[in-house]
Design a protein around this ligand. Structure first.
Ligand code: PSV
Ligand code: MN
Ligand code: MN
Length: 386
């Protein structure tokens, strides 16, 4: 009984943000597949995100990517989101698509390019002001391809300078999260390649700067839950970009490739108080071959399942076994929770909230997919220039 109260409270606290770019057409560099009914503009992306929330009750915000989601009036877009029952979440900056950024954005050796990149980042804070967003997500594709190409240390100085300027522009209720990525598009040295680099910059910046962990941005075999535990302990975990990877930055559905890893991550979240606020749970995915809205619904459900299992871990029994050095006992407590089928529990949780027990089936039965396929002609690619 006690456990169900803990699980219910934890699940209620878990809010999963969906990314606007998940709703557009996407693919690989070999082919972008077009699907009927995909959004033609940011307004329609938000309408689709609202469907994910409607059927899961757990995805009340949608992240924007600027300029992919460029509109005339961001306050109008925020009003549209509210009218659809959702709100604008993190603002994702984009300093990786212009020709000017070939040798980097904020770390570019050319001061004019650095100024342009910084201008964009500050513009993103304007978008936050207009939409009520509280989180600025920074990801830099900056780096070098060849040894000697640029001065690694000077690039860190330039990065720090830009981060200082952005940090100074944030309001009291706003924060920035800095995302790291091992490689790609830079192949020799990425300027923010790992959590340690992101952490050091955030630590220097102050309390409004935290690290965001994109689960697809590590070397194979990396113990991501360790990173999560460490950052939470230091009060520096800003959030997640959740997705699955088999090889590199695959952006597949969260919990699809390795549900056990997602469980281990969510356990550290629960253990470290990460459901108590301050950590943004965001999806960063692209649905290349599967339909977009159900792809997001499935992902939200996968994260909820991992969280429910993490919440089910008998923490007292685990602590006892750990204290006693009972290796297999402790491992057994952990695995018992992972091995629990939490789907009936989640179905009941949804029904109590007035939702259908099976969001996938409820969405399929709603007729929304057929409606948008008929109404929307000429849907756009996920990452287009408005
Ligand atoms: C970069 O690979 C990344 O994970 C960043 O979060 C970007 O903003 C996002 O992908 C765009 O797809
Ligand atoms: Mn990401
Ligand atoms: Mn990525």
């Amino acid at each position: 009984m006690r456990w169900s109260t803990v699980v219910t409270a934890g699940l209620r606290a878990l809010r999963i943000e969906t990314p606007s770019w998940a709703y557009g057409n996407s693919g690989t560099r070999f082919k972008v597949f077009t699907r009927k009914g995909v959004p033609r503009d940011p307004y329609e992306k938000i309408a689709d995100a609202a469907q994910v929330h409607r059927f899961t009750g757990a995805a009340p915000t949608v992240a924007l990517h600027i300029p992919w989601d460029r509109v005339e009036s961001y306050s109008d877009l925020a009003g549209h989101a509210r009218a659809n029952g959702v709100a604008i979440g993190a603002i994702n900056s984009n300093v990786f698509q212009d020709d000017d950024y070939m040798l980097g954005s904020v770390t570019n050796p050319d001061p004019a390019v650095r100024r342009k990149a910084l201008r964009h980042l500050l513009d993103c804070v304007d978008v936050m002001d207009a939409t009520g967003s509280e989180v600025l997500k920074l990801w830099f594709s900056d780096g070098t391809n060849y040894p000697g190409q640029d001065d690694i240390r000077a690039r860190q100085d330039r990065l720090a300078e830009a981060l200082d300027a952005v940090y100074a522009r944030l309001g009291d209720h706003q924060r920035l999260v800095l995302e790291y990525k091992l490689f790609e598009p830079a192949f020799y040295a990425t300027d923010v390649p790992d959590w340690g680099t992101a952490y050091a910059h955030c630590l220097r910046l102050g309390p409004k700067a935290r690290v965001v962990v994109d689960t697809g941005h590590h070397a194979p075999g990396t113990n991501i839950e360790f990173i999560v535990a460490f950052l939470l302990r230091e009060g520096k975990l800003g959030g997640f970009d959740l997705n699955s990877r088999f090889y590199a930055d695959d952006d597949l559905m969260a919990g699809a490739a390795d549900p056990f890893q997602l469980f281990r991550i969510m356990y550290e979240v629960v253990r470290g108080g990460g459901l108590d606020g301050g950590v943004a749970f965001m999806l960063d995915q692209c649905h290349n071959i599967e339909p977009k809205i159900p792809g997001q619904i499935r992902s939200v459900m996968n994260v909820q399942e991992a969280a429910a299992k993490a919440l089910l871990v008998d923490r007292d029994a685990l602590a006892r076994a750990q204290r006693e050095g009972d290796v297999l006992g402790a491992h057994g407590v952990f695995m018992d929770a992972y091995g629990t089928d939490v789907r009936p529990l989640l179905a009941g949780f949804r029904e109590e909230a007035g939702l259908a027990p099976d969001p996938m089936a409820a969405y399929a039965a709603s007729g929304y997919a057929e409606r948008i396929a008929a109404d929307r002609i000429g849907g756009r690619q996920a990452g287009w220039e408005a």
